[in-house]
Design a binder for this molecule. Sequence first.
Ligand code: KIV
Ligand code: ZN
Length: 514
Amino acid sequence: MDNKVIVFDTTLRDGEQSPGASMNAAEKLRLAMQLEKLGVDVIEAGFPASSPGDFESVKMISKKMNRTRVAALARTSKDDIDQAWAAVCEAVRPRIHVFIATSDIHLQHKLKMTREELIKEAVAGVRYAKKFTDDVEFSTEDGTRSDRDFVSKVLEAVIDAGASTVNIPDTVGYALPEEFGELISYIRQHTGNIDKAVMSVHCHNDLGLATANTLAGLRAGARQAEVTINGIGERAGNTSLEEVVMALSTRKDLTDLSTSINTEEIYPTSRLVSMITGIVVQPNKAIVGANAFAHEAGIHQDGVLKNPMTYEIMKPEIIGLVSNKLVMGKHSGRHAFKARILELGYDLNQEELDRLFKKFKELADKRKEIVDEDIEVLVAEELLRGQDKYELDYLNVVSGTVAVPTATVKLRIDGEEVQGAGFGVGPIDATFNTIAKMAGTKSKLVRFSINAISGGTDAQGEVTVRLQENGLVALGRGADPDIFIASAKAYVNGLNRLEHLKKNPSLVSQARAL
Ligand code: KIV
Ligand code: ZN
């Protein structure tokens, strides 16, 4: 059996189902380009039938990918499959991913079908998809809570109908690793034609076992892993790409499995996803968390200085975490800036480059050193955002031991300048109160967090906010060396994302459609 694992990234589809993680078209394209650079084998770009916006972004990504397979998700209906094909047909390597649930719970309560009817439906869906492309994947949603003999029967039928990949999802993150590994072995042994398809695993992290289950599935014979960057996704998220890839490479002695991932792109990709979605990576997150390579205990530091192998099982450089980063500053010229931008993987036109260089110079006037993360923040703020309803033009805050915290704000709302002022218990509260009043928002601020992007008191502050309105959740982020400005930017970004969700209810219904 081949020991190469196919990495199927679903950050743009299942990952986007994380509460508040909606991305605009430019952000999705930027991420898809980075995923190609990372070396994933398949990008699941979206669920075209769920919304016109999703359809368009899958189409756009399909046209731009040079070598990566692009998959589009579809239920078994002809309409879903037609839309999936119309969205991916221009990809160099298109895939249609058809799914239907196989557990009795779903059959009785959601699909209201008998097992026999379900097999017919699944086969019809795969046959129909097969008319368009040879690359058809089939998923048994809620596979781990389904009768295993029934799953084998369904898979045998869909492989006969032409499915070339069969995926067994742990949709609700219910399985334990040993059990999941056994399920994959069982299905391999009891599905007569299984050698005609690649077996795939897709795990959710409700019990914190997604990576362990995925590894158990791979060791039992699956050869495709469905993953997301930073493990983002529905509820507690999906299996994280970086954990599976680094576990396989660090413990190759035991697994003898490998991937085509360019591991040095792991950290930049993780940063990009966090920046675009506003979902902060927890500091103790394996592989990409801020503390993943930080040694705090004196005895550990001493050991690492003497020989990193004492306490480090991976070198930080392997995932692209470089400590001797190229630092830029106010004397860096346009040429050096352009070269750095290219090295970071951004292919910008002259107008975008000029706009960004101006912002870079403004930032360099405030700070001595600009590192890659700062440049990425500039790109995300300046170039990846679409047409926003609200723009922050001006902020002035007064605070101190005797002053009443006051904020004066100028916003542009749909292009019109609006000014306002207000108070609060602190300067950030004053800023948010003022912006909320000016925007007339009914949203509630349910989370506020602040981090320093790099070391030093002149570091950029990175603020993330979570806003909620009528069941909609949006994350906003902003960065600036001034934390009040960073906070205002994050709040305005959150409000823009809420507007985006209100205008694209399908982004919410995509999750509900599943
Ligand atoms: O978790 C799941 O079952 C899914 C399928 C649609 C593959 O995401
Ligand atoms: Zn899923």
